[in-house]
Design a binder for this molecule. Structure first.
Ligand SMILES: Cc1cc2nc3c(=O)[nH]c(=O)nc-3n(C[C@H](O)[C@H](O)[C@H](O)COP(=O)(O)OP(=O)(O)OC[C@H]3O[C@@H](n4cnc5c(N)ncnc54)[C@H](O)[C@@H]3O)c2cc1C
Length: 397
């Protein structure tokens, strides 16, 4: 929705103008260019400016505690998305900060939270391990108690934003003999401790993520969140948020599902395809007058509308799957020039479909794969029972 076309109350209109002007000043073409180049999905200058202006705190807090009102929150979210504010690190920070506030010791909360709001402290997720991430409870990274501290050894894959964050929300195994959901302890580990090594990984769409190694990292017990071996309780809420398993807002002032930001890239690619394919060539021929082109564009529109309208985890699956299906279709319609990326001379649509094509596989992986979500829908929504991956039992004759 574009709130510039909506009749707003005076204070909401004033907020809308303020937000647009703030974002136009700070989220410049240079910020967006740099973000594509680094793949960081984070810009420290923008983040600190958001903190200094009080926007991070207002976004994080409910309106009853000084946060944005519902309408202003919606305006804020959509305006940020419209100008492509680099978003990933604030997403992980705000999610983890809820667990810090709920499960952290008072001195840790008092130290960390004001710096989260000022933008000086950022938090990332240390769940996935090199040997497998879907079932995060099978964590092998060990934390062993030693007096008032813990010694951590292991490695975590895909710790996105670690190189721009001050702490990692780390799952550790503190009891390898226990059942897996009873063996976990969560820590907020400072990333500047000796023994931590962060190595960058670039993904196929150009995003930067990291593998992080922990070698005899000594962490004070004050950084523990929740009980020893009670990590699953600490993790459940942020996992639900990341999975998109949150209730729809009755006032409608909220995305239908998560991954709407990502879905916006495919919607833009489709809009650009329609504009380009409706242009006449020197002989007056428009590709869109070819019925097969019109049919494929129309089908893409219908599928995108259906995906954007689906809610909760259904929307998450629909957005990622539709992005995977439609991006190659759009590239095919554009022809060979669609293979050129953003900023390249001669790119068909300034690289929109090509970017969507490279981005789509990741959207169906991070925070849980499409296969895992389909199983969750089958098991928990359709009641089809728990999947069994064991080979069929041999027949006894
Ligand atoms: C760009 C990017 C950023 C990421 N950022 C982070 C981050 O910040 N922090 C973090 O901790 N992790 C992060 N991840 C990791 C991400 O959450 C995992 O990649 C994801 O959960 C899948 O885990 P895996 O890669 O270990 O695959 P595996 O779990 O090894 O799965 C391999 C294959 O088996 C399938 N599979 C596994 N289990 C099931 C099942 N139960 N039912 C059906 N199929 C199944 C999967 O669908 C997949 O095809 C990121 C990943 C990417 C790509």
């Amino acid at each position: 929705m574009d709130f510039s076309r909506v009749e707003l109350a005076d204070d909401d209109r004033a907020f809308f103008d303020e937000a647009r002007s703030f974002l136009a000043t700070h989220v410049t073409d240079e910020v967006r260019r740099r973000d594509r180049e680094t793949g960081d999905n984070f810009d420290e200058g923008v983040h600190l400016a958001l903190g200094a202006a009080g926007y991070l705190e207002k976004e994080w807090k409910p309106s009853s505690d000084g946060g944005f009102s519902r309408v202003q929150r919606r305006i804020w979210e959509l305006e940020k998305r419209r100008v492509h504010v680099p978003w990933v690190t604030w997403g992980t920070t705000s999610m983890v900060a809820r667990s810090v506030e709920k499960f952290g010791k008072p001195e840790l909360v008092a130290d960390v939270m004001p710096k989260v709001f000022s933008g000086h402290v950022r938090l990332c997720l240390g769940y996935t391990e090199p040997e497998g991430g879907s079932d995060i409870a099978t964590c092998k990274t060990r934390a062993v108690r030693d007096g008032d501290s813990w010694v951590i050894n292991g490695s975590k894959m895909f710790t996105t934003g670690a190189h721009k964050c001050q702490y990692v929300f780390l799952i550790t195994n503190t009891d390898p003999e226990a059942r897996k959901h009873k063996s976990l302890t969560m820590f907020l580990v400072p990333l500047d401790l000796p023994g931590i090594e962060i190595q960058g990984i670039r993904t196929v769409d150009g995003d930067r993520t990291n593998i992080v190694y922990y070698s005899d990292v000594r962490v004070d017990d004050k950084y523990r969140l929740g009980d020893v071996n009670g990590g699953w309780t600490v993790l459940r809420e942020p996992l639900n948020v990341e999975h998109g398993a949150v209730a729809a807002a009755p006032d409608g002032l909220q995305d239908n599902s998560i991954m709407m930001h990502q879905a916006g890239f495919m919607a833009t690619a489709l809009d650009k395809a329609v504009v380009r394919l409706a242009q006449p060539d020197p002989n007056g021929h428009r590709p869109i007058d070819d019925k097969s082109v019109a049919y494929r564009l129309g089908r893409s529109f219908a599928r995108i509308e259906a995906a954007l309208s689906a809610s909760s985890i259904f929307g998450r699956v629909a957005n990622a799957q539709t992005m995977r299906d439609i991006s190659p279709e759009l590239m095919d319609l554009h022809g060979a020039a669609a293979a050129l990326p953003f900023g390249a001379d001669g790119a068909a649509d300034d690289g929109s479909a090509e970017y969507s094509y490279r981005f789509a596989p990741l959207v169906g992986i991070y925070g849980g794969t499409l296969e895992v979500f389909r199983n969750m829908i089958a098991q928990h929504v359709l009641g089809l029972g728990k999947p069994s991956y064991a080979p069929p039992a041999a027949k006894v004759s």
